[in-house]
Design a protein around this ligand. Structure first.
Ligand SMILES: Cc1cc2nc3c(=O)[nH]c(=O)nc-3n(C[C@H](O)[C@H](O)[C@H](O)COP(=O)(O)OP(=O)(O)OC[C@H]3O[C@@H](n4cnc5c(N)ncnc54)[C@H](O)[C@@H]3O)c2cc1C
Length: 421
């Protein structure tokens, strides 16, 4: 056990001191109540780890009956996984871990009275509030792209029905069609994912529609894992994937759903299937609660994940201004654990130490070719900074890549068990 984990375990054991926290407990309850909004990766992890203390009343508010993971959803698009295998219910959180589930959306937060309002009009009081609402889309930034257009030109950037629409379109596309992916500028959810999507859809095309092409219209001039992707594209899918950076085509500025066209500053691209991934911001409830700044994301204290705009409210996951930390499920899970420790320390009056934070991603280039990274972060000067990093390299043997792909599948099982119990 490292010094860091030992200290964390001590902080958690401090939960036994909960009897001494009466001042933190809202009137009429014997245990402090932590309310968590959003039952995706960040929210489910916070709820599970806080409920593990057995001294808190933990309530998780999530309108959806289950969670479909975005990670591995590109494998679904390529026909390599079922959506059912990516879907997790909340039963274990409730039954095994004692989290109170409320299947509703939170509609408002009143920090002055420490209450959350639900879509039903009910109100919940809290001693601590955690938000993990994920992302919302800046629909206004691409002319013509709104909820209705997203049904025709899906983003599939929240897994579930959108992924199903895109899969159906890819399946019914004729051989020789052009699949256009419009990738957003930074920051956005999961930086390597548009390029993983291109790789896995190319794998599908190679088998079933070999005359088809993939065009990536990028709002950036470089992207995460670029060398590794471009190397793999030339090895596995020569001539099939074309990446067009912003310096040549300009940013995507509009779509025409009726003609399935994507319009950039310099050109119009007609697609057989178009996957438009719009610019993003923190989930709407965060904005409504005054937790976002001019970037559209939530600034937080990087040690505790407490909002710097609203004391007593914590935010984790894709919704935060994450410094060097990418918006990923692994990051959300790591932030959620650090946040749970900070809340436990604050409610028990035990000491809190700055956390180490982690991100490790597996990215598929083909079913038996994946690369990985592993990054350690720490709070520094009010932000989250990288302190150590490993990333796979171009030129690794096929055997190393096959083993990485195999490890990815193991990681998926272990990680989702950690989050959803
Ligand atoms: C194609 C793709 C591939 C990816 N691959 C990887 C990968 O390989 N590895 C990796 O680490 N990450 C990956 N990611 C990123 C990962 O999925 C996200 O970073 C992660 O889900 C973020 O967790 P979160 O808790 O912030 O948000 P989410 O998991 O999206 O959860 C947010 C939850 O909040 C709920 N919510 C929102 N508003 C309210 C409200 N008002 N009231 C109640 N509930 C609300 C939503 O319903 C949702 O369930 C990928 C993403 C995509 C799109």
């Amino acid at each position: 056990m490292t010094d860091w984990t030992r200290r964390r375990v001590c902080a958690l054991a401090g939960g036994a001191l909960m009897a001494a926290v009466a001042p933190h407990v809202a009137r009429g309850r014997s245990r402090p109540r932590v309310v968590v909004i959003g039952g995706g990766i960040g929210g489910a992890t916070v709820a599970r780890y806080l409920a593990g203390l057995k001294t808190l009343d933990v309530t998780l508010i999530e309108p959806k009956p289950n969670h479909v993971t975005c990670f591995f959803s590109n494998l679904y698009l390529a026909g390599l996984r079922s959506l059912a295998s990516l879907t997790f219910g909340f039963e274990a959180l409730a039954e095994r871990h004692g989290v109170t589930m409320i299947q509703k959306a939170a509609t408002a937060i009143d920090p002055a009275s420490s209450t959350v309002e639900l879509q039903s009009g009910e109100r919940l009081t809290y001693d601590r509030l955690v938000l993990a609402p994920g992302i919302a889309f800046n629909f206004g930034e691409i002319g013509g792209y709104d909820e209705a257009a997203a049904k025709i030109m899906p983003h599939a950037w929240n897994a579930g029905p959108q992924s199903e629409v895109l899969r159906r379109q890819l399946e019914s596309m004729e051989d020789g069609g052009v699949f256009v992916i419009a990738a957003p500028a930074n920051p956005f959810r999961c930086p390597p994912a548009p390029y993983e999507r291109a790789s896995l859809v190319a794998y599908y095309f190679k088998q079933f529609k070999p005359k088809s092409k993939i065009l990536i219209l990028d709002a950036k001039d470089q992207f995460s894992g670029q060398e590794l992707f471009q190397d793999a594209w030339s090895r596995h899918y020569p001539g099939m994937i074309e990446w067009l950076p912003a310096q040549f085509i300009g940013r995507t500025k509009a779509v025409h759903a009726a003609t399935c066209s994507v319009v950039t500053e310099n050109q119009t691209f007609k697609a057989a299937v178009a996957n438009v991934i719009p610019p993003q911001k923190a989930g709407l409830i965060a904005e409504r609660a005054g937790l976002t700044d001019s970037t559209g994301w939530c600034p937080v204290d990087p040690a505790t994940f407490e909002s710097t705009l609203q004391p007593g409210i914590h935010v984790v996951g894709d919704a935060i201004v994450g410094g060097d930390m990418p918006k990923s499920a692994f990051s959300a899970n790591s932030q959620a654990k650090a946040c749970a420790f900070a809340i436990a320390a604050s409610l028990t009056g035990s000491p809190h130490f700055p956390p180490r934070l982690f991100n490790s991603c597996y990215t598929f280039l083909a079913p038996d070719d994946a690369f990985t990274n592993a990054i350690t972060f720490a709070p520094e000067d009010g932000s989250i900074r990288t302190i150590k990093m490993f990333i796979s390299k171009v030129g690794e043997s096929a055997d190393v890549r096959r083993r990485t792909a195999h490890q990815a599948v193991g990681w998926y099982s272990a990680f989702t068990a950690d989050v959803f119990g």
